[in-house]
Design a protein around this ligand. Structure first.
Ligand SMILES: [Zn+2]
Length: 154
């Protein structure tokens, strides 16, 4: 399980190797994505709180990168943070996400990106629920929910 210490280590010393890389030009991404998805994932934008389609999603499944379709999170690690953005406590796999120290807007924050295609996803904070204490605060527009085919009502 990743903790805040691991996240800081990744952001300072370098991120784990991804299983594969997906690289495209800005023009290619623009063609694949909606203008809002492009603004957020490729230009480090943020969607307005409480507007994202996945904010209150509770279906079982995986949350995949909207750009390259790599699984990033799953529904079992999603939690209701009340912030207005989908929130998770862990990545689906340690090397699915990359971390980058972000000092824009006069704050030191840790940006989270897709480790496969560098899509901007959101930020991570050390105020999540135990045991990891992590809160991945992610834009809905950066992900698509791939629902599980066998429905689990509980
Ligand atoms: Zn990606």
């Amino acid at each position: 399980m990743l903790t805040w210490k691991d996240v800081i280590n990744f952001s300072v010393k370098g991120n784990p190797e991804p299983d594969k890389r997906v690289e495209k030009t800005e023009a290619e991404w623009r063609e694949l994505l909606t203008p809002e998805q492009f603004r957020i994932t490729r230009k480090k934008g943020t969607e307005q709180a409480h507007t994202g389609a996945l904010c209150s999603a509770h279906d079982a499944g995986k949350y995949n990168c909207i750009c390259c379709d790599t699984p990033l999170f799953d529904s079992t690690i999603k939690f209701e943070s009340g912030t207005g953005w989908p929130s998770f406590t862990q990545p689906i796999k340690e090397n699915a996400i990359k971390y980058h120290k972000d000092s824009s807007f006069g704050m030191i924050r840790v940006e989270v990106m897709c480790n496969t295609c560098d899509a901007h996803l959101g930020h991570i904070f050390p105020d999540g629920p135990e045991p990891s204490g992590l809160r991945y605060c992610i834009n809905s527009e950066s992900m698509q929910l791939q629902k599980e085919s066998i429905k689990n009502e509980q």
